[in-house]
Design a protein around this ligand. Structure first.
Ligand code: ADP
Ligand code: MG
Length: 330
């Protein structure tokens, strides 16, 4: 099993291209990238640069292929009591939500990373020895303008991060719901989505400016020796990475943009520090996002970063900027 390999890096970076959309086809239909035959590289002719990742997925890639490579190996660790994180990073409409949730979380073919991980966890529980007792808890939050909002109880919209010896880093007062089946989690995801939408006039715009974090805690008590293992999974659909045009953005919109830039670059800095052997300080405290994820990044945790891109000339500048972010994480 891949995750049992001690030489495997703790941060895996994958790049996924979506198919061109209608608008892009109408713009010219031209493609700005060439995929390498090695399935690990992508070349951008305009800047004569190749980018190399652990894996590159083309427009035709399936949800299952992406899941099998980028996310499935993390499950083994979580069931052994380690933490895991999967991020989707990219400009708005590049395929983050498609990758993490999919167009239908209950369709076997179309479901994305989150529902597939949920299925695998319960499958692992079903196959565990009968002297292991499992407790599974789920929380769903979003971080918008550096405020943490509970999507299972949206009245709680400015939750604080705490840290203590027993629990480590945690979000105080967040709703953690005990779950016993896949279906209960899918129903909660729908509640989370609904709660995210009701407060906002434009869900698409709002969701592109906030980070969505799906958190799953798997506790297992060994009834023979009374030992306890706790594994946490953080599955994150990040805010859109696009640059907000300098003209036009002002007031609230500009503050939003600054907060997004700040938290995404703080995340990049944390990942860089973790992959750079020479680095001694990991700046987790620079944003709410990196602070919440502190114990799921680095150490024994397994992390996958999936960068999502458009293949079209129309979006070339944003695609290059996304490819660079992914490259810095290697
Ligand atoms: P984001 O969450 O990054 O803003 P979405 O996931 O909502 O972007 O994707 C934008 C549109 O492109 C959606 O209609 C989605 O269904 C489609 N799409 C994204 N990625 C793919 C893909 N790999 N294959 C097919 N359609 C995709
Ligand atoms: Mg989205």
């Amino acid at each position: 099993m891949a995750s049992e390999d001690p030489h495997e890096e703790s941060i895996k970076v994958c790049c996924r291209f979506r198919p061109q959309n209608q608008l892009e086809k109408e713009q010219s239909g031209k493609i700005c990238i060439t995929l390498g035959d090695d399935i690990t590289s992508v070349y951008v002719p305009t800047i004569d640069t190749s980018f190399v990742y652990d894996r590159v997925f083309g427009s035709e890639s399936t949800q299952k292929e992406v899941y099998d490579y980028a996310a499935k190996p993390i499950i083994n660790g979580v069931l052994r009591g380690f933490n895991g994180t999967v991020f989707a990073y990219g400009q708005t409409s590049s395929g983050k939500t498609h990758t993490m949730e999919g167009p239908d979380i209950e369709d076997e073919v179309q479901m994305g990373v989150i529902p597939r991980m949920v299925w695998s966890i319960f499958d692992g529980i079903d196959h565990a020895a009968d002297y292991i007792e499992f407790v599974v808890k789920v929380a769903i939050v979003e971080i918008y303008n550096e405020r943490i909002r509970d999507l299972l109880d949206p009245k709680k919209d400015n939750l604080k991060i705490h840290e203590d010896k027993a629990r480590g880093v945690f979000i105080g007062e967040v709703t953690e719901t005990y779950v016993g089946s896949e279906q209960e989690i899918f129903d909660m995801m729908k509640v989370g989505k609904y709660n995210r939408s009701v407060a906002e006039t434009n869900l698409n715009e709002h969701s592109s400016r906030s980070h969505l974090i799906f958190m799953m805690t798997i506790e297992q008590k060994n009834l023979h020796d009374r030992s306890l293992k706790v594994g946490k999974l953080h599955l994150v659909d990040l805010a859109g990475s696009e640059k907000v045009a300098k003209t036009g953005a002002s007031g609230e919109r500009l503050d939003e943009a600054k907060n997004i830039n700040r938290s995404l670059s703080a995340l990049g800095n944390v990942i860089n520090a973790l992959t750079d052997r020479k680095s001694t300080h990991v700046p987790y405290r620079d944003s709410k996002l990196s602070r919440v994820l502190q114990e799921s990044l680095g150490g024994n945790a397994k992390t996958s970063l999936i960068i999502t891109c458009s293949p079209s000339y129309f979006n070339e500048q944003e695609t290059i900027s996304t490819l660079r972010f992914g490259q810095r994480a290697k």
